[in-house]
Design a protein around this ligand. Structure first.
Ligand code: PEP
Ligand code: MN
Length: 337
């Protein structure tokens, strides 16, 4: 972190800033330009809040030269993180597609969907057994029964399971059934849950909160990594903006932004990202073209009967043709799908 002093700052003001930093355990390197004094702070600046330093008399500007997320930052880990689960690698050359219903509704529904998505080339079965719903009266999921159905269907069709864990108390139970534990958008800043997931040895799919910046998403990943779990997959799922023609605004630019700031893989959820079935395929194609490491897509055998998010779920045949298109796009940018 660098402190740029005001042109009119007095020697006393410069020394006061230096003293404060030294008293907090930092070393300070002073350099005198033609017009201004610049103080370079040496030490673990992740703990410093630039806004507090900016209020000190004589300070013009505080500039972070390294990000407050260390473990998630590419500066500290230049190589891409590649996460291997069973036969699947996420974050390498392959674009990994995770697909399935919004919610697990019945054994038959999950088996039927798993069969269809695996035939089309998906590698991971998604589906919520614990559902975070806006209304407390809406379907809340089947709970453990849903986890059993997911595991059975995934094993039968050679898929992995990704499913949401809503609460820190649920972590041991969900870990028994899931290969990848999902943190939903509403829980991105549930720090107790993130810390709990830092203590397990299974990959975590961390969804971006709908009012969170990319840096806040990376700080949330940092919580999991600070606990010792480095297998974090980020997920762009749309953010809330003033635009109301779609459910959320899918931030495609988050893909290259994450790739330059971080070594963690990033996948895209065009289903929640748009909230409309007819918008899912165009945004899925865009995400792969922009370099996403994977996709999370809602598919339901009969979307009109779905207990949640039927309007944004693809029919199995739509999913299969989308996969064909995605293969062409992936090949065009030198990736496999
Ligand atoms: C989901 O993927 O099941 C889900 C609830 O999405 P989000 O947390 O992004 O709203
Ligand atoms: Mn959903």
């Amino acid at each position: 972190m660098v402190i740029v002093m005001d042109k009119r700052a007095t020697e006393e003001e410069v020394e006061a800033v230096e003293r404060k930093l030294v008293s907090e355990g930092y070393r300070v390197h002073r350099s005198r330009g033609v017009e201004r004094t610049i103080l370079g702070i040496i030490g673990d600046t992740a703990k410093l809040d630039p806004r507090e330093l900016e209020l000190l008399p004589g300070v013009y500007e505080v500039v972070r030269v390294s990000e407050p997320f260390k473990l998630a930052s590419r500066a500290f880990h230049p190589e891409n993180t590649v996460i291997t689960v069973g036969q699947v690698t996420i974050g390498a050359n392959e674009v990994v597609v995770m697909a399935g219903p919004c919610a697990v509704e019945s054994r038959d529904q999950v088996l039927e969907t798993a069969h269809a998505v695996s035939e089309a080339g998906a590698k991971v079965l998604r589906g919520g057994a614990f559902k975070p719903r806006t209304s407390p009266y809406a379907f809340q999921g089947l709970g453990e029964e849903g986890l059993v159905y997911l595991r059975e269907a995934a094993d039968r069709y050679g898929l992995l399971v990704v499913t949401e864990v809503m609460d820190r108390e649920q972590v041991p139970l969900v870990s028994q059934y899931a290969d990848i534990l999902q943190v939903g958008a509403r829980n991105m800043q549930n720090y107790a849950l993130l810390r709990e997931l830092g203590g397990i040895r299974k990959p975590v799919l961390l969804k971006r909160g709908f009012a969170a910046t990319v840096k806040e998403l990376l700080m949330a990943a940092e919580y999991i990594m600070a606990g010792g779990n480095f297998e974090v997959i980020l997920c762009e799922r749309g953010i809330r903006t003033f635009e109301d023609s779609v459910r959320n605004t899918l931030d495609i630019s988050a893909i290259p932004v994450v790739h330059s700031l971080s070594h963690l893989p990033i996948i895209v959820d065009p289903s929640h990202g748009t909230g409309r079935r007819d918008k899912v395929a165009p945004m899925a194609r865009a995400a792969v073209a922009a370099g996403a490491d994977g996709l999370l897509i809602e598919v339901h055998p009969r979307p009109e009967e779905a207990k949640s998010d039927g309007f944004q779920s693809l029919y199995p045949n739509q999913f299969a043709s989308l996969m064909e298109e995605l293969r062409i796009i992936a090949a065009a940018i030198g990736r496999k799908l």
